[in-house]
Write a protein that binds this ligand. Structure first.
Ligand SMILES: [Fe+2]
Length: 486
């Protein structure tokens, strides 16, 4: 065990016997901090940037039981709270049931996804709430990709306030990547699991009450990661990448890709019964993240980051390699458009941009489910886990690369960039893009603010933080007027 007062412990708090994904840039923090007005090293924080940028990620509190996977770590939230040119940074663990149990025990009492055979019968995996955050009713909901509880967080103090009663009352769970319609202040969500009907879809209203919750029939257990919404429709995913059934029965974690099946996207009215869902077939792929979706006449348009299947020497899909790549967190994604015609049943799909390995997308959250011209994504390393070397803006209609920025493509690790609308916006992209950046050569952690209209100009403000943020997952922006609903 390392001495926690030794500065080296920050690079390997549990030593290095658990593999590289608990050391270096991935090493968890051991402390919770609150920093007022950290050192500004470049530019000025705009006075019309008001709200909070929240980033989720895995941050193991205790040494794991056996082999570690980065999806296992306890959820920690990092917050950058902007108000009239001032900034407060905080980080805190999400106080999940599993986290509290382990703090009481003083050690890990769960097993991760690489040790599922040893997993407990009462709780096969720990719901870490480490994946994603959405803002709702002045609070943030911390969510887990395997479907769990919605942990409500105070977005300023990062105190865990409890679990969403609406989700508890649904009798089901909520997956990461629930969508918030910021116009109606509704949460549209799904869950998925190994038991029929394998998926549910629901709506939590602006009053916080569960408004709608229906089962969605799937052919079997699936591994959807995201969903999409438009003004009137929700779009659920049935993708041809899922657990090997025999391995699953034995409690093992093995996934297969099925190129003989289609990717299916199901369009369902926002408050419609589950059996009314209408499925549209597309070429087989996996899909982690949607940028946005909208209605265009009879068409429903969804733009996302298509996971490009591995190809064999003849140019056919290599199913084994594709499944292995997904399991090993190899990332190979392209900006893609899928279209579904609700009148004729026609479908169309096309690659929007073939140049960049584009992932971890965000757009102007005010326009979630409405037509958006702009997306803000990262350049993903194909082989280095969670290494995002640049932020980049795209035209979502044409796929045009509208320019990106990296301080140092070799050494910069950016977090998911969020669009933060300016106080009095005059255009869709009138605002800022906010992201954390770790430079692993300079050993320097910053928080970077870009002009969303011109990312290629580089950060207009950069603030230095005294400690490294571990590489993480998703982020959200909650504008000051929505924070005021606390
Ligand atoms: Fe995700």
């Amino acid at each position: 065990m390392n001495d926690r007062t030794d500065p080296q412990h920050l690079d390997a708090p549990f030593g290095d016997e658990y593999g590289p994904l608990l050391t270096g840039v991935y090493a968890p923090l051991t402390e919770e901090y609150a920093l007022e007005d950290p050192k500004l090293t470049k530019g000025r924080i705009p006075s019309d940037l008001n709200g909070v940028y929240l980033r989720a990620g895995p941050n193991a509190r205790y040494a794991p039981n056996g082999r570690y996977h980065p999806f296992d770590g306890d959820g920690m939230v990092h917050a950058a709270h902007f108000r009239s040119g001032r900034l407060t940074y905080r980080n805190r663990w999400v106080q999940t049931d599993g986290f509290k149990e382990e703090v009481a025990a003083g050690k890990s009492t769960h097993y991760g996804i690489r040790e599922t055979l040893k997993g407990r019968s009462d709780r096969r995996l720990k719901d870490t709430a480490n994946t994603d955050l959405v803002g709702h009713r002045g609070r943030a909901l911390a969510l887990w990709y395997m479907s769990g509880d919605a942990y409500e967080i105070d977005p300023i103090t990062l105190e865990t306030l409890g679990k969403s009663q609406a989700i508890c009352q649904s009798g089901g769970k909520i997956s990461a990547h629930a969508k918030v319609d910021e116009i109606t202040e509704e949460v549209l969500f799904f869950d998925y699991g190994n038991d029929a009907p394998y998926m549910h879809y629901g709506v939590v209203g602006a009053d916080g009450a569960l408004r709608h919750h229906v089962p969605i029939d799937l052919p079997g257990p699936r591994l959807p990661h995201d969903m999409a919404v438009t003004e009137h429709w929700s779009i659920l995913h049935d993708l041809p990448l899922f657990h090997d059934h025999e391995a699953m029965v034995l409690g093992r974690h093995k996934i297969d890709f099925h190129p003989e099946l289609k990717s299916r996207f199901g369009v369902i009215g926002r408050y419609a019964p589950g059996e009314s869902i209408r499925w549209f077939d597309f070429s087989p792929c996996y899909l982690y993240h949607v940028v946005n979706a909208w209605e265009d006449g009879d068409w429903v348009v969804m733009v996302g980051c298509r996971y490009m299947p591995a190809l064999d020497a003849q140019g056919g899909i290599d199913a084994h390699r594709t499944a292995k790549d997904v399991a090993e967190l190899v990332m190979r994604a392209r900006l893609w458009e899928w279209k579904m015609n609700l009148r004729t049943g026609e479908t169309a799909e096309r690659m929007l941009n073939g140049q960049h390995n584009a992932e971890f997308p965000t757009c102007n959250g005010r326009l979630t489910g409405r037509k958006t011209r702009y997306g803000y994504l990262i350049d993903h390393s194909e082989t280095v886990t969670l290494k995002w070397s640049a932020v980049r803006k795209y035209n979502l209609f044409t796929g045009e690369d509208l320019g990106g920025w990296s301080d140092d493509p070799q050494h910069s690790w950016y977090s998911e960039p969020c669009f933060a609308q300016a106080d009095h916006p005059s255009a869709e992209d009138h605002g800022y893009v906010v992201a954390f950046q770790w430079n692993d050569a300079l050993k320097r952690q910053t928080l970077d603010v870009f002009d969303a209209r011109n990312l290629a100009r580089g950060p207009i403000a950069q603030v230095e933080l005294p400690h490294r943020l571990p590489a993480g997952f998703h982020a959200c922006w909650i504008k000051a007027d929505r924070l005021a609903r606390r």
